[in-house]
Write a protein that binds this ligand. Structure first.
Ligand SMILES: [Zn+2]
Length: 409
């Protein structure tokens, strides 16, 4: 065979292969009949359904996709989406039916099988069938051990059951998949270890709890409750200086959440006979972060408790411009004014300063789902994410006179 003929043969084979491939892509043998797979995309229902889906119009999306599915009953992805839409609408039974029917198909690839099981697991989780959800996600992992979505859902299920050890094991697997500890993994591992420590403490294992809390801090130095808990354990063990060390370490490591340690430290310093250390601490924090209102409020409370009401009042008036909507500051102002016999001059001064303030009592918001809470929560009760709460402050917009909602981060 000459080289030219050889090349021609190769070219012909290639073209033939392409033609067969195209045909295969377009037609599919089903029940002994050739089906044109392009038909699906030619029905308006498929396109309309997808558009409604993107637009968040679930009912219309279901209607159109149901039409499309009746055109091509073989289309796995449409059935899968339909099932998921039923789940989103709260029709869990229907979603389970759709996904279970898909599982009975004999021609599923391993990947398709895993994805249908994943959908089924989400249906069960949504419906509160914990055991069946666990089973479904575990089956997904048998088919696809690195399925991050299944791992995350399993972790969340164990968290819901307060099985922190299992949740931690899963998060460690996820961290491995993420190759190199991401900050997010680190943070969740820290919080989970902290929960394990709290559980150990409840069973009376103080020494073990202390080690676990310290481990949580080692994994992620920003695990605020681990410092608080470590100090609390040490205090209960009679080691108050050790407790102070843990709480002071929190202030160094996470200065924006220093105030969580204020009450504990103030009490401990007083017990140790060194109350001035609290005044020094607040002074250092104010110097380090001048707009910080919490050290000023804490200092005012401390001074008030010592009978120094006039000095306390000045600290509070310093704090107010930095957080004019903080109800805690206003309440402390009125307590201080009462202690000072409602001095008319001081009241006028205060009213001048707060003329523009708007009051509200829920100053924390989840960055992920906007859930509001008066307290800063470490795990959101609505979306179950860790460490997503930020203080919400209402601030005046820079260029307009109207007040605007702003989330500080
Ligand atoms: Zn949330």
């Amino acid at each position: 065979m000459t080289t030219e003929m050889y090349l021609l043969a190769v070219l012909l084979a290639l073209l033939l292969g392409l033609a067969v491939g195209k045909g295969w892509e377009r037609y599919k043998l089903r029940d002994g009949r050739w089906i044109d797979r392009r038909r699906l995309r030619e029905t308006p229902h498929y396109m309309l359904g997808l558009n409604f889906l993107v637009d968040g119009q679930v009912d219309q999306a279901i209607e159109e996709l149901t039409h499309a599915a009746s055109t091509d009953t073989d289309a796995l992805e449409i059935q899968m989406i339909l099932g998921n839409l039923y789940r989103e609408k709260g029709q869990v039974g229907r979603a389970v039916n759709v996904h279970q029917l898909l599982l009975q198909r004999p021609d599923l690839t391993k990947l398709e099988h895993a994805y249908v099981l994943l959908c089924l697991g989400l249906d069960f989780r949504h419906g509160g069938f914990v055991d069946r959800a666990l089973e479904a996600f575990q089956e997904v992992l048998q088919l696809d051990p690195r399925n991050r979505y299944a791992l995350v859902n399993l972790q969340k299920l164990y968290e819901d059951q307060h099985q922190w050890g299992e949740a931690l094991r899963l998060r460690e697997q996820i961290a491995k998949i993420d190759s190199g500890l991401r900050q997010n993994d680190r943070q969740i591992l820290g919080f989970l270890r902290n929960e394990i420590g709290s559980a150990q403490e409840r069973t009376g294992d103080a020494a073990g709890a202390a080690r676990t809390f310290a481990g949580a801090i080692d994994v992620d130095a920003r695990t605020v409750p681990a410092y608080l808990n470590l100090g609390d354990v040490r205090e209960r063990q009679g080691n108050l200086p050790g407790a102070v060390e843990a709480w002071e370490r929190l202030i160094e490591a996470v200065p924006d959440h220093a105030y969580f340690a204020f009450d504990r430290l103030e009490r401990a310093y007083r017990t140790l006979g060194t109350p001035h250390r609290f005044v020094d601490l607040c002074g250092r924090l104010i110097e380090r972060d001048p707009p910080g209102w919490r050290p000023r409020l804490a200092l005012a409370r401390h001074l008030g408790a010592a009978g120094q009401h006039r000095a306390a009042f000045d600290r509070l008036l310093d704090a107010l411009p930095h957080h004019p909507h903080g109800l805690a500051i206003h309440q402390q102002v009125w307590e201080t004014l009462a202690a000072l016999g409602f001095d008319a001059g001081l009241i006028r001064h205060y009213v001048e300063l707060t003329r523009e303030a708007v009051f509200y009592l829920d100053p924390h918001v989840c960055r992920r789902c906007r859930y509001r809470s008066t307290e800063l929560l470490w795990q959101c009760p609505q979306c179950h994410e860790w460490n997503t709460f930020v203080e919400e402050r209402i601030a005046r917009a820079k260029d307009t006179a109207g007040a605007t909602d702003a989330v500080s981060s």
